[in-house]
Design a protein around this ligand. Structure first.
Ligand code: F6P
Length: 361
């Protein structure tokens, strides 16, 4: 009999519940117990936040968004923000307490589901001899060590659906609609949704853009009797020679800045340079919500089941990965080494160019 503890860390992504579902069922078949640590590592810090997960607790959750055990992106156990009575914030390393609680509960393995930040934390726990297995998650599709992550397909579908809806209003008013999508420093969501949703221009972080080129494309539309345009901008995109626009770190304890604002900047440039009626909108967290697509559910369940097989094999310190459509595993250290960016020579980028989409260069 084994005892597994599972956690979900970082921004939620559609498919998290499907992983939990698969882990609980695969463990149940083996006669193992599963616990959930609420809000990342909170449950391993404070036993009241640990929940037993049985098959009845996960009934039908595979089709739901979010995570039933909660998540956080400001709970790094190696630098946990703690406020004293004077309101001052100190960063405390509580990792030893987590390791000792893990041992006290007689857990055999921790399955950590997360993006690069959470997987880096998992790697550090593996260094402290905690048996850990990582499961990759991110809507941003920016993990180099796996061919895919669940959440991305759902986010792209949501963004594409939004673009489909924007065409009619843009066309009715002869307007330019600028849509800002998520993705951090990678342009995957923008590129995939922009191509599929008939964008006129797609601006991604991997290609610093020239506003003149974007405006030329919009004016060229008019020459071809198309008086409206759809521009998709990744939140991490920036003009050549310009800077990424961010809103700072937001909450205390976040390791990354919050990106956002480039969509409105691009819209105001288009307005002043072309004189066209221009509006911008930020799709934001809509891209993280809702039911996972079939692709994401299946991938999430495959990851969950493969993670349990890895527990059986004792492949600790590794992350489950998708490699050429098969389940594989990579050392956690390799999993967090580098980010996957859009390859500018890939056929998707070539496709965008060949169908006349302006990439701002
Ligand atoms: O990494 C996922 C993601 O949705 C990014 O695309 C986005 O920049 C960030 O998280 C937003 O974070 P938060 O949920 O803290 O606003």
């Amino acid at each position: 009999m084994k005892k597994i503890v599972i956690s979900t860390g970082g921004g939620d992504a559609p498919g998290l519940n499907a992983v939990i579902y698969a882990v609980v069922h695969a463990c149940y078949r083996r006669g193992w117990e599963v616990y959930g640590s609420r809000s990342g590592y909170k449950g391993l810090l404070d036993m009241d936040e640990l929940v037993r997960l049985d098959v009845e607790d996960v009934a039908e959750i595979y089709s739901t968004g979010g995570t039933i055990i909660g998540s956080t992106n400001k709970g790094d156990p190696f630098a946990m923000p703690v406020e004293n009575l004077a309101g001052e914030i100190r960063f405390v390393d509580v990792s030893d307490k987590i390791v000792s609680n893990f041992k006290r509960m007689c857990f055999d393995c921790h399955i950590a589901i997360g993006g690069d930040g959470s997987l880096e934390i998992a790697r550090r726990f593996a260094e402290k001899d905690m048996p850990v297995i990582g499961v990759p998650k991110t809507i941003d599709n920016d993990l180099e060590a796996t061919d895919g992550t669940f959440g991305f397909d759902t986010a792209v579908s949501t963004a594409t659906e939004a673009l489909d809806k924007l065409h009619s209003t843009a066309k009715s008013h002869d307007r330019v609609m600028v849509v800002e999508v998520m993705g951090r420093e990678a342009g995957w969501i923008a590129l995939y949704s922009g191509i599929s949703g008939g964008a006129d221009a797609i601006l991604i972080p991997e290609i610093p853009f020239d506003m003149e080129k974007v405006c030329e494309k919009i004016m060229d539309n008019a020459l071809h009797e198309k008086d409206y345009a759809i521009v998709v901008v990744a939140e991490g995109a920036s003009a050549a020679g310009g800077e990424t626009i961010s809103k700072g770190k937001g909450e205390v304890g976040r390791s990354e800045v919050l990106l956002g604002g480039i969509g409105e900047w691009v819209a105001s440039e288009i307005r002043s340079r072309t004189g066209k009626d221009t509006r911008s909108l930020v799709l934001g967290h809509l891209q993280r919500g809702g039911s996972p697509t079939t692709f994401d559910r299946l991938l999430a369940m495959r990851f969950g089941a493969a993670a349990v097989r890895m527990v059986e094999e004792g492949s600790f310190g590794h992350m489950v990965a998708l490699t050429s459509s098969h389940m594989s595993s990579v050392p956690l250290a390799d999993a967090v080494k580098s980010r996957k960016m859009v390859d500018l020579s890939s056929d998707k980028v070539l496709t965008a160019r060949e169908i006349g989409i302006c990439l701002g260069d």
